[in-house]
Write a protein of this length. Structure first.
Length: 269
């Protein structure tokens, strides 16, 4: 017997899922580098290229905030969504690269090689939120060496954004300066397949899983949320925070980003 419920289910299954182009733009691989204006030594590059998931509001808010924070710190800054900026000539003009929720396969093999070499020779990279939030990476070095862990999911509807407690585990680290020992905030909370180890990893802050409602498969025990890694002579810092556009107006979040940029610009991991 075919019921109204069965008909409704059949109709729903017959409609294919269509990704919203606002959040899933058509992938483009950039080949021609952007024009870069004159910059003083120690400049910051902000790349927001997305060939995977994209949150336009977050991208705009975060890019604007990083530009403001870098300039307040006395640094020139150049923001782009053109991944062809990853070439030896242009990268040599920057001290810090900020990957702002980059997603999907965005670099050609030559661009990957240029970024890796720049970091390994002493560059500093700041990875914000979605830059560590892809379900899969076809660049193993990025996942295993730069990040050190694989994203497995985040809190989702109807509990996507929840208040949780962040515990600062390394209050002496420059990136944690000025942050409270226990930092309460609302976030889309990321989870990973493991706690990063090796490569001089230092877990700077963890998430208290008793302070929010994670899905069972997203419980990690010790749940890192901000950490650093040493990459040859270079440095990387990842923060899983920052999904909501309005979070980039939060004084403590802005402080973390500013601290991260200053640390990444340093000479030691």
């Amino acid at each position: 017997m075919i019921t109204l419920m069965t008909v409704a289910l059949m109709a729903a299954q017959a409609v294919p899922y269509v990704k919203n182009p606002r959040n899933w733009p058509t992938p483009v691989m950039d080949q021609v580098a952007p024009a870069i204006p004159p910059l003083r030594k120690g400049a910051v590059l902000v790349l927001s290229k997305t060939n995977g998931f994209r949150d336009p509001d977050q991208i705009v808010a975060a890019t604007s905030a990083v530009q403001e924070i870098a300039r307040e710190g006395g640094r020139d800054v150049f923001a782009t969504e053109n991944a062809a900026v990853m070439n030896p000539r242009d990268l040599a003009r920057f001290r810090v690269v900020v990957l702002n929720s980059t997603s999907g396969t965005i670099f050609t093999e030559a661009q990957r090689a240029a970024l890796r070499a720049w970091i390994e020779r002493g560059g500093g990279v700041v990875l914000l939120h979605g830059a560590g939030g892809d379900h899969r990476y076809d660049w193993a070095w990025y996942r295993d060496t730069l990040l050190g862990a694989q994203f497995i999911g985040h809190t989702s509807t109807p509990d996507q954004f929840q208040q949780g407690d962040i515990h600062v585990e390394a209050p002496d680290h420059p990136a944690m300066q000025g942050l409270p020992k226990v930092w309460q905030r609302v976030e889309e909370w990321y989870a990973f397949d493991r706690v990063p180890i090796g490569a001089g990893t230092r877990i700077l802050a963890t998430l208290d899983e008793g302070s929010y409602r994670p899905a069972p498969e997203q419980r990690m025990g010790r749940h890192p949320i901000v950490w650093t890694r040493c990459v040859a002579k270079g440095r990387a810092i990842f923060s899983a925070l920052g999904h909501r556009a309005e979070s980039y107006a939060e004084p403590l979040h802005r402080r973390l980003i500013g601290n991260a940029i200053r640390w990444a610009a340093g000479r030691h991991c």
